[in-house]
Design a protein around this ligand. Structure first.
Ligand SMILES: C[S@@+](CC[C@H](N)C(=O)[O-])C[C@H]1O[C@@H](n2cnc3c(N)ncnc32)[C@H](O)[C@@H]1O
Length: 204
């Protein structure tokens, strides 16, 4: 597993580059106005770093040592502290104070986290009252036949794609957790995508 994780980190940038380029404008639109203290969830190889404004403080959380090593090399854009942890690891509560985070960035990561509901609960704890959740994610298909195909291939896909789920209802999970969109967008690339900026409902 550790060997596969190292291999995955090595091939990640070259394999996803063409696809990634098609998402750069979306990343820029979501990330370039961030302010204050930002939590980067599963920063991977650090693709987001070049879109972050230089003056923000970033807490970058990433459980794969191999990915984190790649991300550290891209740290020429700003003030970033690195933590080799998963987002639901209890150690994070010693690093992140309650209601201290201005924005939480989840790009292509809510598909992979093993307990996304718990992660969303943590986000609610860490975000300031007007804090923002920033999301860019591929999600479940809508057509029944495509959905059935995603469900069929997901167990194999997940093994080769380092835990990524093709068929997750991330849009619904965000809503059920009590977040409301400031803006949201459904769009298509090779898969169906969902992106947006979210705040907590006042009752939360
Ligand atoms: C597809 S990559 C996306 C990386 C980056 N966010 C991006 O937009 O390019 C998914 C990342 O989520 C990380 N990850 C997996 N489980 C996680 C968890 N529980 N908490 C935080 N990150 C996690 C993986 O190690 C991987 O680097």
């Amino acid at each position: 597993m550790a060997i596969y994780k190292r291999f995955f980190a090595q091939i990640y940038d070259p394999v996803v580059y063409d696809f990634e380029k098609s998402l750069f404008a979306k990343r820029r639109a979501l990330l370039s106005n961030l302010k204050g203290t930002v939590l980067g969830v599963g920063e991977g190889t650090g693709i987001n770093f070049k879109f972050y404004p230089k003056e923000i403080d970033v807490i970058a959380v990433e459980p794969s040592k191999a990915m984190l090593k790649k991300a550290r090399k891209k740290n020429k854009y700003g003030n970033i502290s690195f933590h080799n942890l998963g987002i639901n690891d209890p150690e994070l509560d010693n690093i992140i104070e309650e209601r201290s985070i201005d924005a939480i960035v989840c790009t292509l990561v809510l598909c992979t986290i093993s307990d996304p509901e718990k992660a969303l609960l943590n986000f609610k704890k860490w975000l300031k009252p007007n804090g923002k959740l920033i999301v860019l994610e591929h999600i479940h298909a809508t057509k029944q036949i495509n959905k059935a195909f995603q469900n069929f291939v997901n167990p194999v896909w997940k093994v080769f794609a380092d835990g990524c789920n093709l068929n997750r209802n991330t849009d619904l999970l965000i809503n059920e957790a009590g977040f409301v969109p400031v803006k949201e967008e459904y769009f298509k690339r090779a898969l169906r995508f969902y992106s947006g900026i979210f705040e907590l409902k006042e009752s939360n």
